[in-house]
Structure formats: structure tokens, C-alpha cells
Design a protein around this ligand. Structure first.
Ligand code: 13P
Length: 250
């Protein structure tokens, strides 16, 4: 079964008009057409349209969050329709920073995924355990419950159009990458769990790994059977490093 291999950059709250231009110029200098993976960048919302204007057809652009409501009195928020209207195709939902710092629940994350799917956008659904949960032996149950919330809200068939990103919280921005075996164990458990509901959907869903992926550890992670690419934070802000990670994904 061949799955889409995907490398997505989550720029988080970084960048300025100048730095973004430099980053995109440097990335697009490379011959991306020869790479097989899908490439996505997720700038801060304010810059999504600007990046869409320069990204060309080889690099897709996503948002880092979306509000679950259609419209209305939600000061500071952005709807799926707004993202769609400017040509944005993806949005990250449920990043651990949003779960932890902005108290997003799994149910809310599921509603965000649903809002995107209704308009034909692709959610990049982040799941992952904290260090405490890992040490307590809860990794698989935490990840399962985060995914189950989306299955319950959107149905298993929705996973035909969802990308999953496993991001252990303890590996994000810490320089502590999960070992390829640790990541593979969780990726394979996610896939097996989905397979209980629909084998072909489980086989087809791309599951990315995120958490301190760098140019020098990407190839080893991506060589695991159930790791279909990466969601990259810090290293996605350095064009050369991000390109090397894309190359590692094929
Ligand atoms: P780092 O690659 O900086 O660890 O961040 C990972 C991440 O959170 C991507 O969403």
C-alpha cells in the first residue's frame, strides 16, 4: 500500500514579512519537483495569504489553527471558510501547544476537524502524550482517546481526508526526538486501532511524526514502516534544513 509521504512545516509564532520572503525564496531555489513527498508550510495566520502568493504549485499552505464555528462573535478567531476563501488547503488542529496553553479539548479539536472537512480542507490532526503520561504507561490510551474523539465526531471514513501527526509533547522543541522505534510503536498502534474500524482507511492514512525532527535524524525516522513523513517545527524555519528533511521523505 503506498501512502502519501508528507513533510509539513509548522512555523508557529515566528517570522516577519522579510524573513518569510527569504525562507520561501531559499526553499523554492531547490528543485522540489524531483521530490515525491507533498510539501506543506503553515505560517502564522496573518502571513498565510502572503505565502500562498509565492508558494507556487509545489508547496501547499496551511494554517496552524481554525475556529470550529462558521462565523460570528469570536474575537480574534478565523473560520474554515475564511481559510478556504484565500486558497488555503490545510490546517493543523489539536497541536499540543493549543491543547496545553489554550485549553483545547479533544472534543473541540474534533469540531475543528469537522469544520475543515465540511469545506474540503484537510485537517492535520496532532496527537501525543506528555512525559508524565508516557512514564505512567498511558501513551497509547491517550493517543487513542484523542483520535477517538475525531472518529466519534466525524466518522471513520473522514480519515480518508485527514492527516495524523503523532507529536509526543516531551519531544517538541526539546531536542529529545523519540527514537524511530518509539515513534513506530505508536504509529503502528494508531494504524492498527483504525484498522479495527476500517482496514483500507487505516492503510491509506498518512501518519507524520513530529518532535525535534532535524535534517540529520529525519531519514532514520522516515524509514520506519508506519512513519509517512514529518511535522517540523524549529527546523522548518531554516530553508536548507527543511529541504533536506523533504529529501529524506523521498
Ligand atoms: P520541533 O520540531 O521544534 O520540536 O516542533 C515540533 C512541532 O511542534 C511541530 O508541530
Amino acid at each position: 500500500m503506498s501512502r502519501r509521504s508528507i513533510v509539513a512545516g509548522n512555523w508557529k509564532m515566528n517570522g516577519s514579512p522579510d524573513s518569510i520572503k527569504q525562507l520561501m525564496d531559499a526553499l523554492l531555489e531547490h528543485n522540489l519537483a524531483d521530490l515525491k513527498c507533498d510539501i506543506i508550510v503553515c505560517p502564522p495566520a496573518l502571513f498565510v495569504e502572503r505565502v500562498l502568493g509565492v508558494a507556487g504549485n509545489r508547496v501547499a499552505v496551511g494554517a496552524q489553527n481554525v475556529n470550529e464555528n462558521d462565523k460570528g462573535a469570536f474575537t480574534g478567531e478565523i473560520s474554515a471558510q475564511m481559510l478556504k476563501s484565500i486558497g488555503c488547503k490545510y490546517a493543523i488542529v489539536g497541536h499540543s501547544e493549543r491543547r496545553q496553553l489554550f485549553a483545547e479539548t479533544s472534543e473541540q479539536v474534533a469540531l475543528k476537524a469537522s469544520a475543515l472537512l465540511e469545506l474540503g480542507l484537510t485537517p492535520i490532526l496532532c496527537v501525543g502524550e506528555t512525559l508524565e503520561q508516557r512514564e505512567g504507561g498511558e501513551t497509547l490510551s491517550v493517543v487513542k482517546s484523542q483520535i477517538d474523539a475525531v472518529v466519534n465526531q466525524c466518522g471513520i471514513k473522514a480519515f480518508e481526508r485527514i492527516v495524523i501527526a503523532y507529536e509526543p509533547v516531551w519531544a517538541i522543541g526539546t531536542g529529545k526526538t523519540a527514537s524511530p522505534q518509539q515513534a513506530q510503536e505508536v504509529h503502528s498502534a494508531i494504524r492498527m486501532d483504525l484498522a479495527k474500524q476500517d482496514k483500507s482507511i487505516a492503510e491509506g492514512v498518512s501518519i507524520l511524526y513530529g518532535g525535534s525532527v532535524k535534517a540529520d535524524n529525519a531519514a532514520e525516522l522516515f524509514s520506519e514502516a508506519d512513519i509517512d513523513g514529518g511535522l517540523i517545527g524549529g527546523a522548518s524555519l531554516i530553508a536548507e534544513d527543511f529541504y533536506q528533511i523533504c529529501r529524506a521523505a523521498g
